[in-house]
Structures are given as C-alpha cells and as structure tokens.
Write a protein that binds this ligand. Structure first.
Ligand code: ZN
Length: 434
C-alpha cells in the first residue's frame, strides 16, 4: 500500500461483530478470525482510522478494486487492490457487519464496532450491485465533537462581536448561506447558537419531513407540505405566544419571503432564514431573484452570514516559504507585512531528498498535507447604500456597491487565514473556484 510510513505500529484490536445476542456476535467473529481475508481487513480498517477517512468507497470490477477515501471532505484516490485480495476482504467485512456476503446485487447494509488504540469506532457498511460490478461504502464514525457554535467553526473574534450585535437586534431578517453539503446546516445551527436563547422566546419553523436535530432552548414547530401547509399556516397561534425570534428553515419562494419581511416589520420580530450561495453576494442575488417586494426586503434585511469550509494545513509538515512581492501584491497584502506563507507538503511516493533518501509521508496527516477543517466566514451587513440599491432594483450594481461599502469579501477573509498560516493559497483557490 502506498503512503505507509516505514514504521506502522499496530495496536491491539477488539472487534464487536453484528448480532442480536452475545452468542451470535461471538460466532460471527469466530468465523471471520479464521477467514483468509482477516489480516488484510484489519490493515484496511486501521488505515481508514489512521488517515481519518470518514468514508471509503470500494468499486469491485473484473479489473480489480478501485479505492477512494474521503478525508476532510475531499476524495483521495488510493492504490488499486487486486481482485482476489479484495474479494477475501469483502467476505470478512460483510460477515462482520451481519450482511450476506454471497449477495452481490441487492442493496444491503450493516455495521460492526472496532476498538483500536483505546477508542471505539463504529463502521457502517453499505453494498450495492452496480453495472460494472459491486460498490461498497464504508462509513467510519469518529465520534468527533459536533461543531455547534461559531467559535467551534473558527470565526474570528471581531466578526463574532458584529454577528452578536446583529442577532440580538429587535427586528430584521438575518440570513445564513452555504453550499449544499458544505456546512449548510452547520452554519445555520451556529447562528441559532449565537443567540441568547435563554432570555428570548425563540421558535424554528421546519417542514415535517426535513426536521433537523434540535438546538437547546429553541422550540421547533413543524408544518406539513403534503397537507398544503406552509410556515405561515399556524402563524396566528405562534404570535399568541409572543415570540421574539422566529427562524424559518427555508424560503421556498418570493411570496413567503415577502411574508417573512412583513412579519419582521409588523410584529417587531427578529427573523432568521437561510439559503444556498457561494458567498454573501451570490446568496443575496439568489434571494432577490425570487422577485420579492424589493423595498420591503431592503428595509428588513440585516445581513448575510455565508460560510465555506477550508482544510487546515497540517501543523506538523506545512512548508514555510518567503512570498515574493508580486504574490503579496496579488493577495492585497502590503509589502513587508508578511515574511512567511505556508504551503502543504504533499507526499509523493518515491520522492527523494538531496541525499537520495526517500521522503516519507508525514505521520500526522498521512501525507495529505492537511489536518482538519475550519469555517471560512463572510459577514455582509446591509449598509444604507446597499439597502438603497436593493430597493431601487438596480441589482447589477450590487456587487460594486457592496465592494465600495467597506465589506470584507470571502476571498479577503480567506487571505487572512492564509496570512496566519492556517490554510494554503492552493486550498483557497480549490474551494473558492468550485
Ligand atoms: Zn502532516
């Protein structure tokens, strides 16, 4: 296997196979301990843990087994495994998870647990026949602490203070924006958690089938789209409870958006909602493309907090370099301000140092050059000129007006993280250009 350092200590392993009873679990485990694929299965499972892969996909075809790992949200192709080895491993993993290893077509799923280095990991296995053969998904539960607050997500202090002032306002509409599958729920929960929910009456309106894990001290209220309801169906009853903050988990159209801003205005309420967007300007333009009542939105919209997710440079192996003046100028960093920037050290098999010795991968990040992730935040405050432009409907002018309003763009926020050595320019380009 490529990318394995010269020393690879294997800790004692303890498996807990699937099964209803202790006897069933023990029997299952006994069968796999004797299976020829057991040793290579152990190596594979430890490899997933060591590399912090949340998901691994194994594509079984007649040519072999193509493997990719998802680490810190990014897919990494791994060395292909020969089919015979792969098949033996698959039997072990499926049997451990309580699945039928002879079934290669129908979708199956199961799970087992593994104690490694004092930590118990749950492995969820999903198998499914596909045109080229069979696809196996291995999901590792690392039991990472949930990212609940904007502090957990790495928001800088001065932005946090600005955000607090916005969420604590008496009325208005504050939006969060992110891309689907890239912190969309996380930033929303971060903002709900940024409010003082202990002193204000706080409600979240969600569609029945899309309810998300609850936030402490927030009352969840559901509506049923199938029954023709929307977030406003029971608004009269909700208003009798005299809420101070009402959060709408989604804005389906301009009509509902109008209803939200009217609610904020007429009832003296702080409202929250969220939408998809690459950055705050993108989200704002998407919001206004719903063709709401522009002057009303302009008056109530307090701002937009948008977030993308960046991988952090591995602190053990990041490489410092002295940036030349042209690079600093292109990043908008004044000359002389930054003496050193950092880039990732990415392991390349067979790469030699000046003495002709092979350079091993970093044992912390296993050669990816990155370790963990951080939220890249951008906070847009709707200043007077921005409100005026929205109200006038001259939306094409918005990006220019926003840039001239002293707003710190997402790219500028990212450069701050690069200047601190938290992430690399390559990573910023990768995320902001997608
Ligand atoms: Zn490293």
């Amino acid at each position: 296997m490529s990318g394995v350092p010269d020393s690879y200590q294997v800790m004692p392993l303890e498996f807990e196979a699937a099964g209803q009873t202790g006897e069933e679990r023990a029997q299952r485990l006994q069968t796999v301990l004797e299976a020829p694929g057991f040793p290579s299965s152990c190596v594979m499972l430890i490899d997933l843990i060591r590399r912090r892969a949340d998901v691994a996909v194994f594509d079984f075809t007649t040519q072999g087994v193509a493997i990719r790992y998802q680490i810190d949200g990014l897919w990494h192709p791994m060395a292909t495994m020969d089919l015979a080895n792969g098949e033996m491993m698959l039997v072990v993993v499926k049997h451990l998870a309580g699945m039928n290893y002879e079934e290669r077509q129908a979708r199956q799923n199961g799970s087992f647990r593994l104690l490694y280095d004092g930590v118990k990991y749950k492995f969820r296995i999903v198998s499914q026949g596909v045109q080229a053969g069979e696809r196996i998904g291995v999901y590792v539960d690392f039991k990472r602490p949930p990212l609940e607050t904007v502090d957990d997500l790495g928001m800088r202090g001065s932005m946090k203070a600005e955000l607090s002032a916005m969420v604590e306002a008496d009325k208005g509409l504050l939006l969060t924006a992110a891309m689907p599958g890239e912190g969309y729920t996380t930033v929303w929960r971060g903002v709900l958690n940024a409010c003082d929910r202990f002193t204000r009456d706080f409600y979240v309106l969600e569609e029945k089938s899309r309810v998300e894990p609850e936030v402490i001290n927030v009352t969840g209220i559901t509506y049923d789209e199938k029954a023709g309801q929307n977030a406003f169906s029971d608004m009269r009853a909700l208003l009798l409870r005299e809420p101070q903050v009402v959060a709408f988990a989604e804005i389906p159209n301009g009509k509902l958006l109008n209803a939200i801003v009217e609610l904020a205005e007429n009832e003296n309420l702080m409202t929250f909602s969220r939408l998809h967007g690459k950055n705050a300007v993108d989200a704002l333009l998407r919001l206004l493309a719903m063709k709401p009542d522009l002057p009303k939105v302009a008056e109530q919209l307090s701002g937009i907090l948008s977030m993308r997710v960046l991988r952090k440079l591995c602190p053990s192996c990041r490489l410092g370099f002295a940036p030349d003046e042209r690079l600093l100028a292109s990043l908008g960093i004044p000359p002389g301000r930054i003496k050193q920037l950092y880039k990732a050290f990415v392991y390349v098999p067979g790469q030699l140092d000046p003495k002709g010795k092979e350079i091993p991968p970093c044992p912390k990040c296993m050669g990816t050059g990155y370790f963990g992730r951080i939220g890249l935040f951008e906070l847009l405050k709707t200043t007077k000129p921005i409100r005026k432009t929205i109200a006038s409907g001259k939306l094409a002018e918005l990006p220019k007006v926003i840039a001239e309003s002293g707003h710190i763009s997402m790219r500028e926020e990212a450069i701050l993280l690069v200047a601190q050595g938290t992430t690399s320019l390559d990573e910023v380009q990768r995320v902001l250009n997608k």
